[in-house]
Design a protein around this ligand. Structure first.
Ligand code: PLP
Length: 234
C-alpha cells in the first residue's frame, strides 16, 4: 500500500470519528485511534506514523519481536491486543507499553512479576478484556469474575489497571453490536464506582463498527483494515 493511501484511509477514518463524536456530543480528543498493524510490514507502520498515528496494536509477540527493530526511533505507544499465553508474559512485559488483552488474574500476576524483572521504571498499563457475549470460543474474562479479579489486579504494584476492552461477536451490521458496546461501558462505570478507581479507558470498536462504539462511549478504537487495507489470511 502506498503512503498516500494510508494517509487517505486515515483521513476517511478521522471523518468517521468526527461524525460519531458530533452525534454523541463528545470531544474528539477523548478518542485515541490505535492502528492495528498485525500482519502488515514495518513499512506500513512507518507510513502510518508519518501520517500521524502514534498508537499501534499487535496481536502476536513473535511477530512484534520481528518487526520491532524496524520501528526504532518512532515515538509511539505499542499495545498488545491479542491473547497472551502465560509462557510469554516476560516478553510481553518488556516489549509493550500496554497489554490491552488481560483476560485472567493469573496472567496479570505473572505480568506484574515479569515487569519488576525488566527493570523498566513505571507501571505497565493493562486493560481487562471482557467476554461481553456468552460464546465459549471468544477470549476474555467472564463478567461474573470481573469484579473480584479487577480488584486484585488494581492492587498489583507494577501494573496500572486503566480500563476495559472487548471484542464483541462479528455481526454484519454494526448496529447489532451496539448492545455489547453498551454493556462494556456499563461494566466499566459499575466497576469504577464499586472499586473507587478512575478506569478511564474503554477500548472497543474495529474497522466496521467503531462509530457505534464511539457513540456508546469508546475512548480507544482499534482499527486495522480501514487503515492498512485487507490482511492476508494468516
Ligand atoms: C485485528 C484486530 C483489530 C482490527 O480489526 P479490523 O477489523 O481489521 O479493524 C482490532 N482488535 C483486535 C483485538 C484485533 O485482533
Amino acid at each position: 500500500m502506498t503512503q498516500t493511501s494510508v494517509r487517505e484511509n486515515l483521513l476517511r477514518i478521522q471523518e468517521r470519528i468526527a461524525g460519531a463524536v458530533a452525534r454523541s456530543g463528545r470531544p474528539a480528543e477523548e478518542i485515541t485511534l490505535i492502528g492495528v498493524s498485525k500482519t502488515h510490514p514495518v513499512s506500513a507502520i512507518r507510513e502510518a506514523y508519518e501520517a500521524g498515528i502514534r498508537h499501534f496494536g499487535e496481536n502476536r509477540i513473535q511477530e512484534w519481536e520481528g518487526k520491532r527493530a524496524g520501528t526504532e526511533g518512532l515515538d509511539a505507544t505499542w499495545h498488545l491486543i491479542g491473547h497472551l499465553q502465560s509462557n510469554k508474559t516476560a516478553r510481553a512485559a518488556r516489549l509493550f507499553h500496554s497489554i490491552d488483552s488481560v483476560d485472567d488474574l493469573a496472567i496479570a500476576e505473572r505480568l506484574d512479576r515479569a515487569r519488576a524483572e525488566t527493570g523498566i521504571s513505571g507501571k505497565l498499563r493493562v486493560l481487562i478484556e471482557v467476554r461481553v457475549a456468552k460464546e465459549e470460543t471468544k477470549s476474555g474474562m467472564g463478567i461474573e469474575e470481573l469484579s473480584a479479579a479487577a480488584k486484585k489486579i488494581a492492587d498489583l504494584p507494577r501494573l496500572q489497571l486503566a480500563g476495559l476492552m472487548c471484542i464483541p461477536p462479528f455481526l454484519e451490521k454494526a448496529e447489532q453490536v451496539r448492545p455489547y458496546f453498551r454493556r462494556l461501558k456499563d461494566l466499566r462505570d459499575e466497576l469504577a464506582a464499586t472499586l473507587g478507581l478512575a478506569l478511564p479507558v474503554v477500548s472497543m470498536g474495529m474497522s466496521h463498527d467503531f462509530e457505534v462504539a464511539i457513540e456508546e462511549g469508546a475512548t480507544e478504537v482499534r482499527v486495522g483494515t480501514a487503515l492498512f487495507g485487507a490482511r492476508d489470511i494468516t
